[in-house]
Structure formats: C-alpha cells, structure tokens
Design a protein around this ligand. Structure first.
Ligand code: C2E
Ligand code: CA
Ligand code: CA
Length: 706
C-alpha cells in the first residue's frame, strides 16, 4: 500500500494528558479560594451546615495531626463516619498515607499553603478504588501560630480515568496506520497521529477536505449525547475513509478514527459490477439492461417527443459454430460480436448480453425511427464481416427485432417482449434481417396464444381425428397403403389443417401427446379396414413423426407399446421422418432409426430435397424409402431440370436400395413421367385427397386401378 501519511513527528499529544491542560490553572485558583474559605470556617469554629453540605471533602486536624473535623462528603466518599474519625490520628485512620501526602501535611504545619497531591486509594470497607486530589492549608490560631491543617479533598476518579484512557489512546494512535485525530469542543484539532501525514499542516488548522462534512456538528452532538457516531464516506485523494467519533465528555474532547475502506469498497464495487455484467463479454447483463430500460421508460413519461428503441438480437446459426468448432471458439465469437456491437452504437446506448447468443441494445433518445433502422443495418453490416477465431474464419449474421418506445405502454418488459417477438419474425423469415414490432405482430402473438389454449382443450376433448391419403403402387396401379394425416375439428372454426397448428403443437410439446394417439389410432384403423374390406389385407399405414417426437427418449418403447397393444403387424407400420431429425446429430438419428427398424417397422425420409441436404449422410441411415417432396413433382413437365433432379434422387435411392415415393401428384402427365423415372409409389390429389376413414374404406372396396 502506498504511504499516504508520512510520519510528521512534530505533533505531540499535547503538553500533558489531552484535555487536562487548558483547565489546570483555573481549577487551582478556584480550589485555593475554596480552601481559604474552608480554613476560615474551621478557624472561626463555625462548623455548620455550610461545611457539612460542601460538595468537596473538608477535614481539619490539630498540630498533633489528630482529626478535628470530617465532613459528610468525606464520610460518603470513604465510608468512615465523622465519629469514627474525629479525635483519632491521621496515620491511625490512614496508615498507608502516601509519603507525598505526609510531606504535604508537614509543609502545611510549617506554614506553607495549598500543597496538592493526587492519591490513588482503595477504601478498606467498600474496596472501591478511585482517585482523590488533596490540598492543604495551615490553620492559624488567634495568635497567628499554626494550630493545625485544613484539607480539601476532591474526588478526581473520573478525570484520572479519562486521562489514563487518553494516555493509552495516544500510545495506540501513534502506531495506528489509519488517521487518528483529537478535537476539542469547538472541533479544533488538538492532536493528529502520524498517519494523517501531509493533510495536517499543523495542529488546530482547518484540515480542509480531510475532515468529514458537518464535522463541528458531529463533535458537538457526540459530546452532548456521549454517543459514538459514524460518518459515511469521505474521499481524500483516491482513498475512501469512514470516520468514527468517540466522545469523552469528562475531558471535553472527541477522538476521531478513520477507517480506510478503499479496499473494501473496491471489492464491493467489483461484486456489484459482476452482478450486473456478463462475465464472458463484460457487457451489461439482463438486470442492468432492464434497469436502464426502466429508466428510459420513466423518462419517456416525463418528456414529450422522447423516443428510444430496443433491439433484440440473436445470432443465426451460432449453435453450428459452438457445436461444430467447440465452445471456446463459440466464446471467442461472442466476445468478437460484443465488441462489434459496442463499436456500432453511441457511448450513451446500452449493449447487453442476455446469455447464449442473445444480445439487446437500448438506443437512447433517437429522435426518429430512422435512427433505429440505420443502427440495425449498421449492426448487421458489422456482423457480416468474417471473424478470425483460433485459425477459423467464421461468418455470422443476426436476426434483429426492433421495438419502439411509443409501443411500450409504459412497461419495460412489454418493450422487450415486443422486440423479442419481432426478432422471432426476422428469424422465421430466414434470419440475417431485422423486423420492427407492430401491433399486427402482437395480434398474431395473441392468436398463437389463443391457439395454444385451444389446442390443449382440443386434445382433452378429443377434437382430433385422422384422415388417410392413399399411396399407390406404380407397378400394380393399386392402393398399397395410406398416409395418416391429422385433422382438427375445431368447435368454432371448423376443420383446421396441420399447417395451422402443427408448429404450435411442436412448440408447446402438445405434439408428443397428439403423436402417441396418432400411432395407436393408425394401427387400430388398419385392423378395422381389414375386417370390412378384403383389399385392405396387406395394406400399410404411414405415420408422421415430428422432430420433437423423434428425440423423445422413449420413442421406441412407445411404438413397441402401440404395436403390442393393438396386435398390429410391425411390417405394416411406416414412420415418416424429415431431414431435420438428422441435422442435430447423424449418429444419434441413425441409432434411433436402427432401433425402430429392429421392431420390424419401416422408416421413410419425408419431404426429401427440401431440408439441409443430407445426400452425404443418407447412406449412414437405415431407411426404407425416400418421399420426393411435392415441390419437385409440381415442376415436372414445367422445368426440364426437374425431371433430371427426380431422376438423380431416384438413382441415388435405388443405389442405396431405397424405394422412391412421389408426393403431390396432381396430373396424369406427372404420373407418367414418374413412372418413367422409376418411382415405385406415388400419392396426390390425382389419385385421391386425404379421406376420412369411412370414405377411405369405400375407396378400398372400389379397388381402383390407375
Ligand atoms: P406431409 O407429411 O408432407 O403430408 C402431405 C401433405 O400434402 C398433406 O397435407 C396432404 O394433404 C398434402 N397433399 C397430398 N397430396 C397433395 C397434392 O396432390 N397436392 C397438394 N398441394 N398437396 C397434397 P396436410 O394434411 O395439410 O399435412 C401437412 C403436413 O402436416 C404434413 O406434411 C405433415 O408434415 C404434417 N402432419 C400431418 N399429420 C401429422 C401428424 O399426425 N403428425 C405430425 N408430426 N405431423 C403431421
Ligand atoms: Ca408425410
Ligand atoms: Ca411429405
């Protein structure tokens, strides 16, 4: 630690004990006057109530040092009553009278006045210890000769104790590395220990900037109340002190002790900082952001035409970097992004990290909406430049949602929610863009919320049924199977198609509940048809599995359970999964598919060609068929390349010994082309739309051939 207070040395702790010096002379004079009047009283033989009621001890003795007077004060102080003392010798009563006392008595007998001495005593009866100060005066008879001695005794225990305490304090103070001061009643400094150093030019000076504000008042209050007072912080140079005022009313002084709390404050400051900032990037965290946001919202209420914006920012594909290149590269990317964001906005704006790859920006006092839009563009532009990280060059982009204070309705959390909502919209539109929150978006969110409620109720009330779309064998031209497709009979809105509810069902997890039912129902339906339609024998049924369902730990168990409970032949059940199930983890997907296949069921890759191209990992997956997405089928006969593409997929599938199923066949021409390209199966409106179970049964009975 830096030596802030060099030893000044030249400031002593007063001439004598602190506090006693200024009063000593005055006290001696008044005592002398008292002593003289006491002597007069005794000499005149007027031992009356005056002497008895004195607030000091008054005693007298004759030339032989035998007590002739002993007043009440002394009786109370010593516990010795007047009759026990008067008539007895001084040394008889006080056998252990100190030599100084004896000497003083002798000098008084010799005619010398006002000889004082302080004596520490221990009373024989009470055992009380204390201090008295005794002063003597010769007592002269009518002839002028010394006839005895009159003594005045004061109880100075309190003062002695205070002085003793001061002496000890002085010793400690000299060694104290923290500043220690003594002040008199007026607040003037009468002592300063070496640690106060250059702040004190000389004792009694004003110590400007060193003493706490309201110092005089503190001194007075401490002395008046006898209470120890503590100040809040006083900053001196770059250090922070807290002062304690210890009053000593008997001495009329106050001792001030300074606590150097600089280090403690630094620790507290650090803790506070850590609590409000993100450890990785050093940016403010959500708490601090919300605090500032709340402040801006308050500000907005008070000021006309004050506009600010919240940007919610989420990196696109951060997961790919983090999982693919490792967490340390992910961390580096976040740090780099944080720095770029910070560099893009004004000093007065707040850039915060909310955790993960989520950031928020508070653009304060923007004047117009355009400023927020330009800022979003700037942020986006900054982020598109490649980031060099541990030998990798990483490209990143962000989806940004913007919410304006004018839509805040006075609530910071609404603003954040709005920005978040807009961000999701930007992400949903493909990322690397920004969206501004508007009320329509809010309405949409409300609709989603309503949808969620309705979905739950629908599941409870059994409003969901399955429709079936025939899958036709292009070899025989006959129905080979059917795909089960969910339908929702909403009590107010009528039939609702899966596009309108499957994503919400996935987000809320309700798809898991729905999905279980679908597998079971499809198996039961197959058995029902077999009982009524001969054509249904050997027919298979396809069920769609969402990614959420696919990653359930007990999926295989669920399928096994459904098969066991319904007694359905596993070979007739087909599960359709999309390419998205393998995006996360090819090995895990392959393992799950393998276990499903081990049950005897077949697995199809649905919507092939639309997802993350999995051509390279296709051979690692134990599949039975590829379903060519209907977008390719729709282009057949329109774009020449479409046929080439379907041919490539078919060739690839056949090489891997997979069957090819074409989806969305709507025309005879498409059917012909697909046949020519070697597709095994097809489905689509050309054959039949999805049908309810009864109409499907009728179609099976009809046994059409294409
Ligand atoms: P998908 O698995 O690709 O199902 C085929 C969709 O194409 C069905 O839409 C069907 O009605 C439609 N379609 C069939 N033929 C044609 C055609 O010739 N032209 C056109 N334009 N469309 C045709 P749907 O029933 O609306 O289902 C949409 C999606 O919802 C399904 O796509 C599937 O991904 C999902 N889905 C349906 N049922 C379930 C289910 O039980 N579970 C899960 N997880 N998803 C389901
Ligand atoms: Ca499907
Ligand atoms: Ca499909």
């Amino acid at each position: 630690m830096r030596q802030t207070f060099p030893d000044v040395g030249r400031i002593p702790f007063g001439g004598g004990p602190p506090g006693s010096v200024p009063d000593a002379e005055g006290r001696r004079e008044s005592t002398l006057a008292l002593l003289e009047s006491a002597a007069a009283v005794v000499r005149d033989g007027v031992v009356d109530s005056l002497l008895e009621s004195a607030a000091v001890g008054i005693a007298a003795c004759d030339r032989e040092l035998r007590f002739t007077h002993w007043n009440r004060f002394l009786a109370e102080l010593t516990g010795l009553a007047s009759p026990e003392v008067v008539g007895r010798g001084v040394l008889e009563v006080f056998p252990r009278l100190v030599p100084a006392g004896l000497e003083a008595l002798r000098r008084a007998l010799a005619g010398e006045a006002a000889v004082a001495h302080d004596t520490e005593y221990a009373l024989p009866r009470t055992g009380r210890r204390g201090w008295v100060s005794a002063q003597y005066l010769p007592l002269r008879g009518a002839d002028g000769e010394v006839a005895g001695v009159v003594g005045v005794v004061a109880d100075v225990t309190e003062r002695k104790r205070a002085e003793e305490e001061s002496r000890r304090l002085a010793a400690f103070s000299r060694e104290n590395p923290n500043p220690v001061l003594e002040c008199d009643r007026a607040g003037r400094v009468t002592y300063a220990n070496p640690a106060t150093g250059h702040h004190l030019a000389e004792v009694g000076c004003e110590l400007e900037g060193f003493l706490p504000a309201g110092h005089d008042h503190l001194v007075r209050t401490a002395l008046a109340t006898g209470q120890v007072l503590r100040t809040i912080e006083v900053v001196v140079d770059d250090r922070i002190f807290s002062w304690t005022y210890h009053p000593h009313p008997p001495l009329g002084v106050v001792h001030l002790f300074a606590d150097d709390i600089t280090a403690r404050r630094a620790v507290e400051e650090q803790l506070r900082h850590d609590a409000l900032h993100d450890a990785l990037t050093g940016l403010p965290n959500r708490y601090l952001f919300m605090e500032r946001l709340a402040r801006s919202v308050l500000h907005e209420k008070r000021r006309e035409r004050y506009l600010f914006a919240v940007l919610f920012l989420d990196l696109d594909r951060f997961k790919v970097v983090n999982d693919g290149l490792g967490h340390h590269v992910g961390d580096e990317l976040l740090i780099a992004v944080a720095a770029r964001l910070r560099g893009c906005v004004r000093e007065t704006d707040t850039v915060a990290r909310f955790g993960g790859d989520e950031f928020a920006v508070l653009l304060d006092d923007i004047g117009s909406v355009e400023v927020a839009l330009r800022a979003a563009e700037r942020l986006q532009h900054e982020l598109t430049a490649p980031v060099a990280l541990s030998g990798y060059e990483v490209f990143t982009s962000a989806s940004i949602g913007i919410a304006l204070s004018s839509e805040a309705y006075g609530r910071p959390e609404y603003l954040l929610r709005n920005a978040d909502m807009a961000m999701y919209r930007a992400k949903g539109a493909g990322g690397a863009r920004y969206e501004i929150f508007d009320r329509a978006m809010h309405a949409l969110a409300l609709t989603r919320l309503q949808m969620e409620t309705d979905l739950r109720r629908g599941v409870d009330r059994g409003e969901f049924t399955l429709h079936y779309q025939p899958i036709v064998s292009l070899r025989t031209g006959r129905i080979a199977g059917a795909e089960a497709l969910l339908r929702w009979q909403h009590p107010e809105r009528g039939w609702i198609a899966p596009v309108d509810f499957v994503s919400t069902a996935e987000e809320t997890g309700l798809i898991l509940l729905l999905g279980r039912g679908v597998i079971r129902h499809a198996c039961e339906q197959l058995q029902a048809w077999r009982r009524t339609a001969p054509r249904a024998v050997g027919m298979h049924v396809s069920v769609n599995l969402s990614v959420k369902q696919f990653s359930q730990a007990d999926l295989v168990e669920q399928v096994r359970g459904a098969l066991a409970d319904t007694g359905e032949d596993p070979r007739l059940l087909r599960l359709e999964v999309t390419e998205s199930v393998i995006v996360e983890n090819v090995e895990a997907a392959a393992s799950t598919l393998g276990r499903l296949k081990a049950l005897g069921v077949q697995v199809y890759m649905d919507d092939f060609g639309t997802g993350y191209s999995s051509l390279s990992s296709l051979h690692r997956l134990p599949l039975d068929a590829l379903k060519v997405d209907r977008s390719f089928v729709a282009r057949l006969g329109v774009e020449p390349e479409a046929a080439q593409l379907v041919r490539t997929v078919a060739t690839l599938a056949h090489n891997l010994e997979l069957a090819v199923i074409a989806e969305g066949v709507e025309t005879a021409a498409q059917l012909e082309e697909l046949r020519a390209l070697g597709c095994e199966f097809a489905q689509g409106f050309f054959f039949s739309p999805p049908l309810d179970p009864e109409r499907m049964r009728a179609l099976l009975e009809e046994d059409p051939c294409w």
